[in-house]
Design a binder for this molecule. Structure first.
Ligand code: ZN
Length: 316
């Protein structure tokens, strides 16, 4: 989760200053084709980008309405996905149009055109992670999570269809959502897993579980170099990626990641300084300025303009 905070202190809801005992979470989506957080969250903090209409919700009555939620999930100016907390979590929000305002944290997922599977999967994951975070904070479980339309059926929210007009388009539902929250809630906390061989083999762990660890180390024999032991391969790979020179070892000591292929992808890095051009950098590292398009491609540059401080990968 990429969590940021920008409390809507100008919103009348914030100013009303009422607190709730949090008993649940209500998932909303905005109902408008605008995935950019800056549409709703402002003013610009340097990440959101500027809302040229200044019609974000950090105002007394956004669009003349009494409306305010605890958070938004959507795109930052650079296109990455983030969560913004916009009210203290235990503040009484104005999101449900019903009694759920007295009990539920409400957050909005910014909708796009509803057809983009990549955007959907990213915001869905972000929403799952936000709910896991909030469940831990308030001792809730996945059973305490509903969406707006479910709230309507329970008689605690107004008649809106979100999020069930969207999730099923991508093979998801509130049931899959709750199941995904549950999975993550019950997952072991990776960072707290034992790092030393000694602790790992302690009998507190059933043999079945210890058998399933992916260990991230420099060498199998060098247990002191261990970064961590993970039950989920993807997490072990991520740890190996973050720690160059380490590998993921299966339980029997075989290095399974990075593979040879991956190792070849270790690049030299050039930090751009004032006056650098792509041509010069290509000439310096590749021996031929005309090879600069290779640097552009590798770094996914859209133009030939580069800026001081950028770290460019150099093709091998
Ligand atoms: Zn809603």
């Amino acid at each position: 989760m990429n969590l940021h905070k920008l409390i809507f202190t100008e919103n009348a809801c914030y100013k009303a200053g009422r607190k709730i005992t949090v008993k649940g979470i209500m998932v909303h989506s905005t109902g408008a084709n605008n995935p950019w957080l800056k549409r709703y969250v402002g003013p610009d903090d340097g990440l959101l980008g500027k809302n040229q209409y200044n019609n974000h919700w950090n105002t007394h009555h956004p669009g003349g309405r009494e409306v305010c939620v605890h958070g938004f999930i959507g795109k930052l100016a650079d296109g990455t996905i983030a969560t913004y907390q916009t009210l203290p979590w235990d503040h009484r929000g104005w999101h449900a149009g019903g009694s759920a305002n007295n009990t539920h944290i409400g957050f909005e997922i910014c909708e796009d055109g509803l057809a983009d599977a990549t955007y959907f999967s990213k915001v869905y994951k972000e929403a799952v992670e936000l709910c896991v975070y909030l469940c831990k904070l308030y001792g809730l479980t996945e059973q305490n999570i509903i969406c707006h339309s479910e709230g309507y059926r329970k008689g605690v929210a107004s008649n809106h269809g979100d999020v069930m007009h969207w999730f099923p388009k991508h093979g998801k539902s509130m049931d899959t959502f709750r199941a995904d929250v549950k999975l993550l809630l019950n997952a072991p906390v990776e960072k707290e897993e034992p790092k030393t061989e000694q602790k790992e083999e302690t009998t507190e762990y059933p043999a079945k579980l210890t058998a399933g660890y992916y260990r991230v180390r420099k060498e199998w024999k060098d247990s002191k170099s261990q970064i961590g032991a993970y039950r989920v391969l993807a997490n072990a790979k991520a740890a190996a990626d973050k720690n160059p020179g380490t590998f993921v070892f299966s339980n029997d000591g075989v290095a399974i990641y990075p593979t040879q292929e991956k190792k070849e992808e270790i690049f030299r890095i050039h930090t751009v300084v004032k006056g650098d051009t792509l041509w010069d950098i290509a000439a310096k590292y590749l021996g031929n300025g005309a090879r600069y398009p290779e640097i552009k491609t590798l770094n996914e540059l859209k133009s030939n303009t580069i800026y001081s401080g950028w770290k460019l990968k150099i093709p091998n």
